[in-house]
Design a protein around this ligand. Structure first.
Ligand SMILES: Cc1cc2nc3c(=O)[nH]c(=O)nc-3n(C[C@H](O)[C@H](O)[C@H](O)COP(=O)(O)O)c2cc1C
Length: 210
């Protein structure tokens, strides 16, 4: 991480070989369309010289949020499961990349469960809708949804808004890009659609902070 993180009073967000990206696949299919899109995102980060730390939620053993609310007092989730290393990995990353298939108009169940557990990052406070975030400053986020419908980016636009509210407004990420990409005839073909090409262009600029 660069030691000179500020320019004209604004934080310089990590790019190039300073960048540590955590990529999380919420699909039960480890080699499906979501994975294919996330592979391309990983490639973009690697091409920019950054480091990728990747995981599939299907490999992790974690509960739904217990709603015990002990995180509000302690600042940490009390549930001892595979979310504990994920909290560490999220705090340690400069860029958080979430990918999920769209199931019945929403993210996958595993991704919903994962995101619900972000409740542990929220501390009572006076900003961000009554919370402060303990995730850490200076992070950026990318969210990629894969769907069956050709016009998914029109139909599921509410997901872009919801994830912006979670990652930027609640958790305090500096900036976010999100994409809804229709699946191709095969997972590999998913990255050749016009929507995927636009995603690749925008993420390339975002990762490089162009
Ligand atoms: C249970 C289930 C529900 C789905 N619901 C929708 C949906 O509401 N809208 C849609 O466009 N596609 C839907 N799909 C299609 C998937 O979103 C699509 O095939 C996606 O590319 C799968 O990603 P994956 O290959 O990473 O698993 C659904 C698929 C499954 C298995």
């Amino acid at each position: 991480m660069s030691t000179d993180r500020y320019k004209n009073g604004r934080e310089i967000l990590p790019v190039g070989d300073d960048l540590k990206a955590l990529i999380v696949n919420g699909s039960p299919r480890k080699h499906g369309s979501t994975a294919s899109l996330l592979n391309r995102v990983a490639g973009i980060v690697n091409e920019a010289g950054g480091n990728v730390n990747r995981c599939d939620l299907v490999d992790l053993n974690f509960d739904d949020c217990h709603a015990c609310m002990r995180c509000r007092d302690s600042g940490a989730c009390a549930v001892d499961d595979d979310m504990q290393p994920m909290y560490v990995r999220m705090r340690d990353s400069d860029m958080i990349v979430l990918g999920s298939p769209i199931y019945m108009g929403a993210e996958s169940g595993r991704m919903k469960c994962f995101v619900d557990r972000f409740n542990a990052f929220l501390l009572p406070g006076k900003v961000r809708s009554g919370f402060t975030s303990s995730l850490g400053k200076g992070k950026r986020a990318i969210v990629v949804f894969s769907c069956g419908q050709k016009d998914g980016e029109m139909v599921f636009n509410h997901l872009n808004v919801r994830y912006f509210n979670i990652l930027v407004r609640l958790l305090g990420c500096e900036d976010m890009r999100s994409f809804i990409v229709p699946a191709g005839a095969s997972p590999e073909a998913s990255i050749h659609s016009p929507q995927a090409r636009q995603m690749i262009e925008e993420i390339t600029r975002f990762v490089r902070s162009d």
